[in-house]
Design a binder for this molecule. Structure first.
Ligand code: FES
Ligand code: FES
Length: 168
């Protein structure tokens, strides 16, 4: 489906979400990836908080990069690999950062937490030894006024320590 389609066009396209091909049928081509994930594909993990690219609650990975799903047209993600918070591990079980956030008391509200998880899981994959500055930088697009981020940083350190132990 081409990007040149008129804005009121409706069409079908296929997205690859968490490794599975998902057909989106009869979709208005102006729909955001966030809307399609939540309302058409039954994946409510990415949250809709600001819908302006400001808060990071809707964070997903597209071809390995963290993006705000509210700012991406779903049809533009056709041909890319999309990973949502539901699909961070192949087994579908909670990622180690999720368990560590629970353990450290770093779970915030249901809006911001999925975005934190996606951003931190991505960072720990790319930069296993990330220092505090890097963690804070990685979270700079994830807004929460309710935390000082201390327990979140604690959870990151716990994951780093756990992964180091696992390699010894
Ligand atoms: S809902 Fe997408 S950045 Fe806030
Ligand atoms: S925005 Fe979720 S706890 Fe602050």
């Amino acid at each position: 489906m081409s990007r040149e389609a008129p804005w009121d066009a409706v069409g079908d396209y296929v997205l690859t979400i968490n490794g599975a091909a998902r057909t989106v049928s009869g979709s208005w081509l102006g729909e955001s990836l966030l809307y399609v994930l939540r309302e058409r594909l039954g994946l409510p993990g990415a949250k809709n908080a600001c819908e302006q690219g400001e808060c990071g609650s809707c964070s997903v990975l597209i071809d390995g990069l963290v993006v705000c799903a509210c700012c991406v047209l779903a049809v533009d993600a056709a041909g890319s690999e999309v990973v949502t918070v539901e699909g961070l591990t192949a087994s579908g079980e909670a990622a180690d950062i999720q368990a560590a956030l629970v353990e450290a008391g770093g779970v915030q509200c249901g809006f911001c937490t999925p975005g934190f998880v996606v951003a931190l899981h991505d960072l720990l994959g790319r930069r296993p030894d990330a220092d505090e500055l890097e963690v804070r930088e990685a979270l700079s697009g994830n807004l929460c006024r309710c935390t000082g981020y201390g327990r979140i940083l604690e959870a990151v350190r716990a994951v780093q320590a756990g992964r180091t132990d696992a390699h010894h």
